[in-house]
Ligand binder design. Structure first.
Ligand code: NAD
Length: 376
């Protein structure tokens, strides 16, 4: 039986992205499923209704919640929305379980099958589904633009009749997906770029992008390519070298995070006070606690002439391309589960489905989330 795949206008404040774009709606329709979209769902991402040719329309979200067999989302659903879901429905999107415990409980209790895009294993085969990466790339790019816009100086070197302007010094801390994109963007804008990460594997990546690697002598490779938490001694050693580089930077972009933990504190108040007047810090880790001691999520803090910007949901500031990439991630995830006649058949032996499943058949399948829910 062909399933109905639905997508809503996102309700979370500040969320401009949409989970379905015309290109992907067409591809889904070609797999014989029914695609049901809420009117106006894509407008804030510049995808007007007229661009969707092969979908059916719903005037409100309620009817989509009540009839979708598979619901595609960007942000987690609210408890009220979860209560309205069709029995046996499948929800795919970012679930942010650590901050949405009650919603996870509701998904479990309503026996909804939910897949969290952030839990998709980062294996080669799943790269095209990796929404953490696609959205982090957007954030890294946008952070540099915010830095350029906040600074009262040029990024590139300029040779003009009024003399030569020296290029800005940009320091990128944390060289994951966002950090790499930030390096590339700052380089394209002509800045002199340095970068630092605790994982020594990033040294070559930094160099290949034409930036200089800051060597603190600390290496902290964790499991699965992620960083581990540093010891107190390592933190001190890292701090000394980094503080020196922070002090000479015009712009610092911080992207450091450790999965499942609060973002590491890397820039102290004292380090900010040693920075040049007019320098800026763009702290992409603002939402998970911030890499700078003075960061306030969603705000610009000024301290000793230094502006500390704590952007939240940066991907939503580039909603068109962020939505396009995200919708492709969703499609690449789902397509193997759609059969020729447009019905849904999830292969639970496939690690991509097994590991990204948050709730199924009345149980929380993701162990850390189950423990978190039980402890609250
Ligand atoms: P992330 O968002 O978890 O963290 C950002 C960066 O911060 C990481 O590079 C991390 O090493 C760094 N960091 C953590 N603590 C730090 C500290 N105290 N000081 C400085 N830097 C610190 O990272 P991410 O972008 O999600 O990438 C994490 C890993 O996953 C990387 O190894 C990346 O190459 C890998 N990855 C693999 C795939 C794939 O194979 N499909 C896709 C994307 C990313």
């Amino acid at each position: 039986m062909p399933v109905t795949i639905g997508a809503l206008r996102e309700r979370a404040p500040g969320e401009t992205r949409v989970s379905l774009v015309p290109e992907i709606a067409d591809k889904l329709a070609a797999t014989n499923v029914r695609v049901l979209l809420e009117r106006g769902a894509g407008i804030s991402a510049q995808f007007p209704d007229a661009g969707f040719k092969k979908v059916e329309w719903a005037d409100d979200g309620d009817s989509i919640l009540a009839s979708a067999d598979v619901l595609l989302t960007v942000q987690p659903l609210s408890i009220e929305q979860i209560q309205q879901l069709k029995p046996g429905a499948v929800v795919v999107g970012f679930m942010q379980a650590y901050s949405h415990v009650k919603e996870v409980q509701a998904l479990r209790d309503r026996k909804i099958t939910s897949f969290a895009m952030e839990l998709i294993p980062r294996i080669s085969r799943a790269q095209s589904m990796d929404a953490l990466s696609s959205q982090a790339a957007v954030a890294g790019y946008k952070a540099v633009l915010i830095a350029a816009d906040t600074l009262d100086r040029f990024l590139p070197m300029l040779t003009t009749a009024a003399g030569t302007i020296r290029p800005a010094q940009v320091l990128i801390v944390g060289v994951g997906v966002a950090g790499l994109q930030a390096i590339a963007t700052a380089r394209r804008l002509g800045a002199v770029v340095e970068a630092y990460d605790v994982r020594s594997a990033t040294r070559e990546q930094v160099k290949s992008l034409g930036a200089k690697f800051v060597d603190t002598g600390v290496s902290a490779e964790g499991t699965g390519g992620y960083a581990r938490e540093l010891t107190e001694d390592e933190k001190r050693k890292q701090q000394e070298v980094l503080d020196g580089r922070i002090a000479v930077a015009d712009a610092v972009i911080t992207t450091a995070s450790v999965p499942g933990r609060r973002a590491p504190r890397i820039i102290t108040r004292a380090a900010v006070e040693r920075m040049k007047a007019g320098a800026v810090i763009i702290d992409i880790a603002a939402e998970s606690g911030g890499n700078c001691e003075l960061t306030q999520p969603g705000q610009v803090v000024e301290h000793h002439g230094v502006k500390i910007v704590g952007p939240v949901n940066l991907a939503a500031q580039l909603a068109f391309h962020a939505s396009e990439m995200y919708a492709r991630n969703l499609y690449n995830f789902l397509k193997s589960a759609i059969t020729k006649d447009g019905s849904l058949a999830i292969d639970w032996q496939d690690e991509v489905f097994a590991q990204s499943c948050l709730t199924h058949a009345g149980e929380i399948k993701h162990e850390p989330t189950r423990k978190l829910v039980e402890a609250t």
